[in-house]
Design a binder for this molecule. Structure first.
Ligand code: SF4
Length: 495
């Protein structure tokens, strides 16, 4: 394989100005792949650009021209790493796939940037993964004992070694054999000399959709990435489904894991996905508005204004305002022109740096009772800063309403969550949280309210329709690595 690794690592997290996204959950990856299209790699770059919100640390694209695989990977945003049209001449072919990532299992570093690639018996094999394998350490230990030599510290590489060591005759059977040993969450886009294979884990925890453009077939984490290249949405890859696409665009669907009840991540609706995506047949934007309406029905505040925490709190705040009749206003203004600064802020300048990105609309909030709407509370430090910002701007009362239930548990399925003891809701009850963020009142949408917003009557407590483990603590898969590390005492997992 020809690999043009981009070594000018210019993305420096520490130099990024403080902003309201510091204290939130991060989706860890987005994936995108096309088969049967001219300039496939350029389309992949466009698709990844639309998925940039799912991972900003590194990006990679691998292409196949019918004979050879090519790759370009680098640290930074898509527009930074793929900043030159000439690059796509080095990524030829009508099949390509790519990946954006946030630092995830295995940490950051060039060797962990996906798609990962290996030359296996039978040809090249590239893999792009969204999710997290919850028994990766256990599998890796066994593989290393049997002689496997790992090139990265990514959990995804385990799949490559399992495929490489499987004894089944065809690559497809070896791939299925490998996935039977894997637990956790995975949406995958793989490339072989025969074509592309896309699949979702049996519970469909992480999303993956299919699109079509002319003769080309596209796979993407979200529908918004289909929109940007002008592709038509065909359907979602079903939980547990594996789809093989040949170079002439012929698709074959396999169901190697049967049809277990799906448990897609409910947090995709709350926060991770772009509001202009459609997920589970529903507009993410409309679901977020519906969450805001549920929140208003459950926890109405006496107030003059509804103010969203930008940008992710906006749709829920619109819903809250519509349901409550309290006017929606923009009380926090976000600058869209803040780049990384060459000024290294000292303590005083750092405060100014905060205001460069988000600033209170003082003329609006002064003397008003406000309801602030945010999507979630993680450590609570962001909520505290926003409440302070509103009080400094003269708000007479600040009520905080959160468009998700309290995040009390960590995610082990591909979302960057702090350890449980750092989550505010795991450490404190409602009153203590209210005191911590210094709000006049605080309320979260109930878990049934959240389920109503996504179109269910209520949560089915016997067998929930979604993964909601970060709220409920009920994990839908085994968590072998956690248990083996002796840290699984307070998790509920299937027997
Ligand atoms: Fe999504 Fe939470 Fe489940 Fe993770 S634990 S997959 S964030 S619902």
């Amino acid at each position: 394989m020809t690999d043009h690794t981009h070594t000018a690592a210019s993305f420096d997290r520490d130099s990024t100005p403080w902003d309201l996204e510091d204290d939130c959950l991060h989706e860890e990856c987005g994936i995108f792949g096309v088969v049967g299209m001219k300039s496939a790699s350029a389309s992949v770059a466009l698709g990844l650009h639309a998925l940039q919100h799912r991972g900003q640390e590194a990006v990679g694209i691998t292409s196949f021209d019918g004979e050879e695989f090519f790759s370009h990977r680098g640290i930074g945003h898509v527009a930074h790493v793929f900043n030159n049209q000439d690059l796509f001449a080095h990524l030829p072919g009508k099949m390509a796939s790519g990946h954006v990532r946030y630092a995830t299992t295995g940490g950051s570093g060039l060797r962990n940037i996906q798609p990962l690639f290996a030359d296996l018996a039978g040809g090249g094999f590239s893999i792009a993964h969204n999710g997290n394998i919850s028994n990766a350490m256990t599998l890796k230990r066994d593989l290393v004992q049997k002689g496997s030599i790992f090139q990265s510290t990514s959990d995804t590489e385990v799949i490559i070694h399992l495929v490489a060591t499987s004894r089944y005759p065809t690559l497809l059977d070896r791939f299925i054999d490998a996935l039977r040993l894997v637990e956790g969450a995975y949406s995958l886009i793989c490339m072989t000399p025969e074509g592309m294979i896309a699949c979702r884990d049996p519970l469909g925890i992480r999303p993956l959709v299919i699109g079509r453009l002319g003769d080309g077939i596209i796979f993407a984490s979200e529908t918004v990435a289909l929109d940007v290249i002008g592709a038509e949405f065909v359907r979602e890859v079903e939980p547990g489904e594996m789809i093989q696409v040949s170079h002439d665009g012929k698709m074959v669907s396999h169901r190697p894991f049967g049809k277990p009840a799906a448990r897609p991540c409910i947090f995709e609706h709350v926060y991770f996905s772009r509001p202009d995506s459609v997920m589970g047949g529903q507009s993410v934007y409309e679901v977020r508005k519906a969450i805001g309406k549920e929140l208003a029905k459950e926890s109405l505040a006496e107030a003059d204004l509804v103010i969203p925490v930008p940008d992710s709190g906006v749709p829920a705040a619109i819903g809250y305002a519509q349901e409550s009749g309290i006017p929606f206003e923009l009380g926090i203004i976000r600058s869209h022109y803040v780049g990384r600064t060459f000024i290294q802020p000292g303590d005083g300048a750092r405060h100014a740096d905060v205001k460069r990105k988000h600033n209170a609309n003082r003329a609006l909030v002064e003397g008003k009772r406000i309801v602030l709407i945010d999507d979630s509370i993680v450590r609570g430090t962001t909520s505290l800063k926003i409440v302070q910002m509103m009080r400094d701007a003269g708000a007479s009362e600040v009520h905080m309403r959160i468009a998700s239930p309290p995040t009390e548990h960590s995610c082990f399925y591909g979302v960057d969550t702090p350890e449980r003891n750092k989550l505010l809701a795991a450490r404190m009850d409602l009153q203590a949280m209210t005191d911590f963020i210094q709000a006049d009142s605080l309320a979260f949408v109930s878990i049934d309210g959240l389920y109503r917003a996504v179109g269910e009557q209520q949560r089915n407590n016997g067998c929930p329709q979604f993964c909601d483990a970060c709220f409920s603590g009920e994990y839908p898969t085994r968590l072998t690595d956690l248990i083996e590390a002796g840290k699984g005492d307070d998790v509920k997992i299937p027997a």
